[in-house]
Design a binder for this molecule. Structure first.
Ligand code: ACM
Length: 264
């Protein structure tokens, strides 16, 4: 199957403008044959909030909010699966840094993930995710979702892999330089594909690093974005590679685990 990232620069606090941009870039990925497209974290709102009020002004419910509706419609029109990051406000007014997964006709809204490991000032606005790590079976693949800083905790990708993910969709707004180097290792140690869709640009002095990355279960970098351009990458993945956890005839990344020694 073919998978893609969309690397883009969201306009801060302007969801309508970001919907148009995301639509154009998802279409471009679709023209190149992508069946699963990953958008950045908070693709609809931008990232560097100053207050809870600011987040509330652009956050919506999932699935009964404008961003999920936009994504469902786009996935239906383009006949593609999409994972994208968005600011969520639940019915009680709690804010989450979330991601939505949607699919073509017959699928629509599939599910959501709420970021578990909040980064830096996100802790001032968002509640930590409370839905756990989840793998969504979309028929053509099993897709696990984590968001940006979750990568720093190897348990995130490991949990998704142990739950059966073939592919980890990783919407991001990276500001530290490490993830493009680290994600191929997350892919290797779990024998999964990873798709990190990062943003570019600068907001209130905070610069995002671009370098969106698709990595293979053998730690190959199948695609890497630039530091400063909006672009899409589409690559072919072989899921049989992600479903084979053997390293050699005597080692297997799952069967050789010794979890009794992993906790204090
Ligand atoms: C991040 O988690 N957005 C750095």
């Amino acid at each position: 199957m073919k998978v893609a990232y969309v690397q883009m620069e969201p306009t801060f606090l302007d969801p309508e403008k970001n919907y148009s941009k995301a639509e154009r870039l998802v279409r471009k990925a679709r023209e190149k044959g992508a069946q699963l497209v990953v958008l950045p974290e908070l693709f609809d709102t931008g990232y560097n909030f100053e207050s809870k009020n600011e987040v509330e002004s652009v956050a919506g419910q999932i699935p009964d909010g404008p961003t999920t509706e936009f994504l469902v419609e786009l996935a239906r029109e383009e006949e593609v699966f999409i994972v994208g990051g968005t600011a969520e406000k639940d019915e009680r007014g709690n804010l989450y840094n979330s991601a939505v997964i949607v699919g073509p006709l017959g699928w629509g809204y599939i599910g959501k993930y709420r970021k578990i490991h909040l980064f830096n000032r996100e802790k001032l606005f968002f509640k930590p995710g409370n839905l756990g790590f989840h793998v969504f079976n979309i028929g053509i693949a099993k897709v696990g979702v984590m968001i940006c800083f979750d990568w720093f905790f190897p348990e995130s990708a490991r949990t998704l892999a142990l739950k059966g993910a073939d592919i980890i969709a990783h919407p991001s707004n990276l500001v530290m330089p490490y993830a493009p180097k680290a994600m191929p290792i997350r892919a290797l140690e779990n024998r999964v594909y990873t798709i990190t869709a990062n943003r570019i640009g600068e907001e209130r002095g905070l610069r995002f690093i671009g370098k969106s990355t698709i990595a293979s279960p053998l730690a190959e970098v199948l695609a890497m974005g630039s530091e400063d351009s909006e672009e899409v990458a589409v690559v072919e993945v072989d899921l049989s590679l992600a479903r084979d956890k053997r390293i050699n005839e005597r080692n297997d990344v799952f069967k050789d685990r010794r979890p009794q020694y992993y906790v204090l």
